[in-house]
Design a protein around this ligand. Structure first.
Ligand code: ISE
Length: 307
């Protein structure tokens, strides 16, 4: 993930400078082939103490996001952090408390689907009222494979969290309840596929099938049904050039969106504004994911708490 962001940052016109990178595995950094002017910091404290650094991009494993983001905020830096921002409400509160202390929103969360041309075209159609009020949605999140260590909780926090954020944004609603079903277990004990049903405060019902060891490709689908018609991502394939056929991985499917998302963050930083996904916005998708973990465990429909 860090490499994708680094490549995109280095491709940016000369209105910013990539000062340095930090990774506990020096061999990984060597493999990137860094330009000579980009310093390698063996220790993140040294990087965070650097006076020229204004924005820190956090692309560490999700379990480290909380401590990485907190350290950056304590050092007074702005942060672009990959999703999920954090994995517990307690960690989330530490971050918002620091932002409150600094008196401003300082964190941009990398929900890149909001920057994908096909999702944006779908959103524009919904906002125009072209298909009337939405009654329901049918979505798929399919991945060819995930690491052996991937857990049911990761399914919510790493994978379905994209749908939770995208649906809130597309429909301008809050998700009220979540139910999760599935029987099949992989060799590593992961429930896969998983079937999620959501209800919203807009009166909609949304069904998502997740199948993240499908072996055939990365396949993201989204159909929303209104009173006067329906729209799917596939409807925008020709105008956006985003093929509806399965892609190799999430990195190839969303390569453009990753670039646009970080570019938009940098534009915001340079213009001293925040038009992206704030920590407070990300908290809503996190709340749904945490309720989803409870729904997996209990087999019950779980109400998503109000933040
Ligand atoms: C990544 O963020 C994605 O976009 C994928 O859809 C997801 O399944 C994967 O686990 C994520 O890391």
């Amino acid at each position: 993930m860090g490499r994708i962001h680094l490549r995109n940052l280095l491709a940016r016109p000369a209105d910013i400078r990539v000062v340095g990178v930090c990774d506990p595995r020096p061999d990984q950094i060597a493999a990137i082939g860094l330009p000579a002017e980009v310093a390698v910091f063996p220790d993140s404290r040294e990087l965070l103490g650097h006076p020229e650094i204004g924005l820190v991009v956090v692309a560490s494993p999700a379990s480290l996001h909380s401590s990485d983001v907190v350290s950056a905020l304590e050092a007074g830096k702005l942060v672009y952090c990959e999703k999920p921002l954090v994995t517990s409400m307690e960690d989330h509160r530490r971050i918002t408390a620091l932002e409150t202390h600094h008196g401003r929103a300082m964190v941009w969360v990398g929900f890149m689907r909001r920057f994908d041309p096909a999702f944006q075209a779908l959103k524009a159609d919904l906002d125009s009222g072209a298909i009337g009020p939405i009654s329901h949605g049918i979505l798929s999140h399919r991945n060819p494979s995930v690491p052996e260590s991937f857990t049911d909780a990761d399914y919510m926090l790493e994978t379905f969290i994209h749908e939770f954020d995208a649906l809130r944004w597309l429909l301008d609603v809050e998700i009220e309840t979540i139910t999760v079903g599935g029987k099949r277990r992989t060799n590593s004990g992961l429930m896969d596929p998983q079937f999620v049903t959501l209800t919203t405060n807009g009166g909609q019902r949304v069904m998502i099938d997740g199948h993240i060891t499908n072996g055939y490709g990365y396949d993201i689908r989204c159909e929303l049904v209104g009173e006067r018609g329906s729209r799917s991502l596939v409807d925008y394939a020709e105008e956006t050039g985003i093929s509806a056929a399965p892609h190799a991985t999430w990195a190839t499917r969303f390569s453009g969106a990753y670039r646009t998302a970080i570019d938009a963050c940098i534009d915001d930083v340079l213009a001293q504004r925040h038009t992206g996904v704030t920590s407070r916005e990300a908290e809503r998708a996190l709340a749904v994911a945490l309720s989803g973990i409870e729904a997996q465990r209990t087999g019950r429909t779980v109400s998503v708490g109000v933040g």
